[in-house]
Design a protein around this ligand. Structure first.
Ligand code: GLN
Length: 212
């Protein structure tokens, strides 16, 4: 099983390293053919405007849409969250409108370009997550199908999930936080072989023949 990490711009190498640290193979995605055979995809932090241009320049939009539609996990951090949002403040066109949320880019303003905070993400257990925020977006609306995974103390939403799509406003990969990546790897394995894990046995007969 391999997880793709979009590598056209931004902080992709930290995701590669985080997956390596938990024994998960990755492939850096710059061209459509790099998506062949991946079981999940990370959209890293960086500059979402630059990323959206490069995604279109290299013909990555349609194959990423197909991967998402197949149910493979898609995990966006920071700029990646912006790319996954249905609505972007200022009326920018969405890129992959897979999350029924509105995001505001650079929501913490000039005074507070980057900061770190600890908060609970109940889905990941009782130990709080240490989040690194760098010119981060904020979710200012989440639709009814969106699970809010984390909020700051002031109530602002910083992590969400809608089915196979997860997004964080912060960078877990810059804080030695591996639980999101473990979750993505588990979801990817489950996507490859729905008979495993969670008790959803769509293809019980495939268990004996699985290769991973
Ligand atoms: N400010 C960037 C944007 O709006 C995101 C920053 C990040 O990914 N760390 O695209």
């Amino acid at each position: 099983m391999k997880i793709g990490v979009l590598a056209v711009q931004g902080a992709f190498i930290e995701h590669v390293r985080t997956f390596r640290s938990i024994g998960v193979e990755t492939v850096e995605v710059r061209l459509p053919e790099h998506l062949e055979g991946v079981s999940g995809l990370v959209l890293p932090g960086g500059e979402s405007t630059a990323q959206r241009r490069l995604i279109d320049r290299w013909g990555l939009r349609a194959p990423i849409e197909r991967l998402a539609e197949s149910g493979a996990p898609i995990f966006g951090t920071c700029a990646g969250m912006i790319l996954l949002s249905r609505e972007i403040s200022g009326g920018e066109e969405p890129v992959f409108p897979l999350l029924d949320v509105s995001v505001e880019r650079n929501a913490f303003g000039r005074q507070l370009d980057s900061f770190e905070a600890d908060f609970d993400v109940p889905m990941l257990g009782t130990q709080p997550v240490h989040g690194v925020f760098i010119r981060a977006p904020i979710v200012d609306r989440a639709g009814p199908d969106v699970d809010v995974l984390a909020r700051l103390d002031d109530g602002r939403i910083v992590a969400v999930r809608q089915r196979n799509v997860i997004a964080t406003a912060f960078h877990p990969e810059l804080a030695g936080e591996t639980r999101f990546h473990r979750l993505v790897a588990t979801m990817a394995a489950e996507h490859d072989d729905p008979g495993e894990g969670s008790g959803r046995r769509h293809h019980p007969t495939r268990r004996a023949g699985r290769s991973a």
